[in-house]
Write a protein that binds this ligand. Sequence first.
Ligand code: GAP
Length: 445
Amino acid sequence: MSSARAQQRSPVRMDDVVSLCARRGFIFASGELYGGINGFWDYGPLGVEFKNNLKALWWRRVVRERDDVEGLDSAIVTHPRTWEASGHVQHFSDPMVDCRACKKRFRADQLDDLPPCPAREGTSEHDLTPPREFNLMLKTFVGASEDTETVAYLRAETCGSIFTDWKRVREVSRQKLPFGIAQIGKAFRNEINPRNFTFRSREFEQAELEFFCHPAESPKWFEHWKEERLRFHRELGFGADVLRVRPQEEKERAHYARAAVDIEFLFPFGWQEIEGIHDRGSYDLSRHAEFSGKDLSVLDEATRQRFVPAVVETSVGIDRTALALLCHAYAEEKLADGESRVVLHLPPVVAPIQVAVLPLGKKLAEPAQRIARDLRRRWSTFYDESGNIGRRYRRQDEAGTPFCVTFDFESESDAQVTVRERDTMSQERVPVAGLVTWLRERLEP
Ligand code: GAP
């Protein structure tokens, strides 16, 4: 969907997106049966296909299509020294205040929109303590006892193991600088105030690339990756009306960061970060070398001097990008016949169902199923023979299905089907023999 179209639409309300996600089983509260658990979300049948497609696209663009990036899938419980070296154990915290009356805890930098205190008489104001630092890492214990010796952490970001595995991955892949290591996976943060649906969760997925290079070359690679990542977001259909780059101010940047930008998306609740791109200098490998006592430097063939590589990082939230896609795609549209529809204008490459096969009557089930079986080998395909055809189209519109193939009574004699396109609702007769080619041209980037 072009952004010009998006501008013409009425503003999307978060409540509508959340309700569609629950109604159609894209995303809903984890542990719903027991009232939910704040900051944790489950992706249902449509959600998991959608999210997998988004991750696959990232993996294709960042790993598969490049010969200078290797993939990794590391453990979630990471060696505790990793987080000491990275500074997380000491510094990964938010300043918090507690209410002495109602015992609730709030972020000290988010006190403007506090709900009234339910526990005080004569006033609704909270009785707040001075701010204290609260570490955001989720802790666990590994082994039979629960003491300081057995404490371990669920990773707070996926990049930790990329740094600790760097030497081995470089050796086994026989890569030379500059090259990158990428990984997609779960990260955990004990966010004090999870909010805006999946936007700020306690368990979420990141897709991160750490690109290792000579420190003198990191500004060049920083620009390169910024452009690559913007290209990716544009490929998802985000235009300049909903996508922007915000350079981080010096006071926001980590002390070691030489440059940092956020890629922001315009959500219904305002401009917010979906991806961070950082020139981290040689901080990460230097720290892990120091904490492990291992040499992580490489030899500069030209000068014969050893140096610790610098890192350019791109770190995107999969759940946040998925949420941005859903917000961007959602529309309620009035139709010519006076009816209205809810539709997700998702890019076909991430749509959870790419093609639906709908026989016009149950008597046509057999040939229609044959077509569905054939399409299913290539694309995520849904077969539906129940309900009137209009209602079946509406169901597919809500799921974001770009194409519906209708097998009707003429199909048997003329060997053609009707393909209905989601966004324009236009219909075209296509020979069954040419259907795969017709769809391939429109579904595969
Ligand atoms: N390794 C760098 C790093 O983790 P970050 O800015 O803390 O940087 C990167 O996180 C991305 O991860 C963010 O841009 C966001 O998309 C996603 N992210 C971070 N915290 C999140 C949370 N609580 N819920 C959902 N996504 C989150």
